[in-house]
Design a protein around this ligand. Sequence first.
Ligand SMILES: [Zn+2]
Length: 99
Amino acid sequence: MTVGIAFGVALAFLVLPFLIVYSLRGVRQRSLEREELWFRDNSLEAFRVRHPETIKSGRFTCPHCGGEKLFVRTFARDVDLLEHVCNLCGKALYVSRAS
Ligand SMILES: [Zn+2]
């Protein structure tokens, strides 16, 4: 009986780290997929699809205020991303990758 319990405890301690590592890997993978989906949803391509009126005869206009100038800043959450922001109303319009 005690041998059975000791064996069970030992087995749990052997298996537990693997379970933790595998579940953390799954969480990280899912968060990477979420990031990728988020990026696609906020990219220039998605922005163009959402606001086809913003690029008329080669000139860009902000869909919120009609401003024609953008500035670029690094994205707070991730330095590899650039945020393209309207110079007039300050709204972030889309993101792109820095490299
Ligand atoms: Zn604007």
